[in-house]
Design a protein around this ligand. Structure first.
Ligand SMILES: Nc1ncnc2c1ncn2[C@@H]1O[C@H](COP(=O)(O)OP(=O)(O)OP(=O)(O)O)[C@@H](O)[C@H]1O
Length: 356
């Protein structure tokens, strides 16, 4: 009698100095990070930086040029050794949903359960239909579902056999913005409920922030930083991460003590030692939420452009030095372009890079 394959969750997946490429050209260089049990990771970066190549290497579709990939203490990829993709206990979801058009929704979800006892497979399919919010859709066919519903079925199909790891390559990019906004937190909830470790590829930072516990920011084949969404926004470790994530400007500044810097915003004290020597010339990162509109402040700037964002305004303001920075204001403070407004600076952790 067949039995349900034993379900083991992933303890960890570790990439050590992984290089991957095509025809001798290195595309991904010395990638290293770890994904733990139940964690949702993300590879985030501009088009062509190598995200899909790295994901395909983890899935077992590309041979490593250097380094190794381990899952639960077992090497699954190295330049001389590779576990077959079908033996890695990895599920995949892609941008092109690719459901089987001639199979019903239930049959699509049950596709990877052929070695399960019939009753257990039926139970698993019913459970997943409920979990992805499609109870009652079992007899329908893919063409009769919306794009968002089809992507939920694709997810259910990928996680049905309880893989240790789910890989998702731009799974939401074919969906419109509103649907994406609704679907992303739902999918995160489903993966957390299933205690499923997952790795998402996206170039959309809002998607990465909404979905992932840990984000690896890539550029030109190199992972610049791996951290929580909060860390990569507030504590970027490289100039690329600082520029790629969120809005921001670099202001020329001069170090004036272990926690202190002097710039066009005045003298600012941070809450941590920034590690630069006195008098070093640096570029100081200033985010929109670092400068707030304040009617009572004597420190002023002139509005050069503005965006209404519903709950708030985002202004570009020119300082007396001529430098232009972003500024947040509550949407009750509707000022005209050209008007002078008061500003207060709220910079706690100073993010600085050597002057370029
Ligand atoms: N099969 C292949 N053969 C040769 N070069 C390839 C192949 N697949 C990808 N590349 C190249 O590798 C580089 C990285 O591509 P990759 O698809 O991994 O980037 P990406 O970050 O996923 O981009 P996107 O977000 O646009 O999908 C690109 O320069 C691409 O042209």
């Amino acid at each position: 009698m067949t039995s349900i394959p034993l379900h083991k969750t992933l303890k960890d997946m570790t990439l050590t100095n992984v290089s991957v490429g095509y025809d001798g050209d290195v595309v991904v260089k010395r990638a290293a990070f770890q994904l733990l049990e139940g964690q949702i990771g993300c590879l985030l970066g501009p088009s062509g930086c190598g995200k899909s190549t790295l994901l395909r290497a983890i899935a077992g579709f590309e041979t490593l040029m250097a380094g190794e990939i381990r899952m639960d203490d077992q090497v699954i990829s190295s330049p001389s050794f590779s576990v077959n993709p079908e033996n890695r206990s990895i599920g995949m979801v892609f941008q092109d949903i690719a459901l089987f058009p001639h199979l019903s929704i239930a049959e699509n979800i049950a596709f990877g359960l052929s070695d399960w006892p019939k009753a257990s497979a039926e139970e698993r399919v019913a459970y997943l239909l409920e979990l992805v919010g499609l109870a009652g859709f079992q007899s329908r066919y893919p063409h009769s579902l919306s794009g968002g519903q089809q992507q939920r079925v694709a997810l259910a199909r990928a996680i049905a056999p309880k893989p240790k790891l789910l890989l998702m390559d731009e799974p939401f990019s074919g969906l419109d913005a509103k649907l994406r906004e609704e679907l992303v937190p739902d999918i995160r909830e489903i993966l957390k409920h299933e205690k499923m470790s997952a790795l998402l590829v996206t170039h959309d930072q809002m998607e990465a922030f909404a979905m992932a516990d840990q984000v690896s920011v890539m550029d030109a084949g190199v992972i610049h930083q791996t951290g929580t969404p909060y860390q990569i926004y507030h504590e970027p470790e490289t100039r690329f991460v600082a520029s790629f994530i969120g809005h921001g400007d670099f202001l020329p500044a001069t170090v004036c003590g272990a926690d202190c810097v002097h710039s066009d915003l005045g003298t600012i004290r941070g809450d941590l030692d920034h590690g630069f020597a006195d008098n070093t010339q640096v570029d100081l990162l200033v985010r929109p939420d670092d400068i707030l509109h304040d009617d009572d402040s004597e420190f002023v700037g002139v509005i050069v452009s503005k965006w209404f964002r519903g709950s708030h305004f985002l202004y570009r303001v020119k300082l007396s030095s001529g430098k232009v920075v972003y500024c947040f204001a509550s949407s009750h403070h509707n000022h005209a372009i050209g008007q002078e407004i008061g500003l207060t600076v709220h910079l706690d952790h100073l993010v600085m890079f050597p002057r370029q």
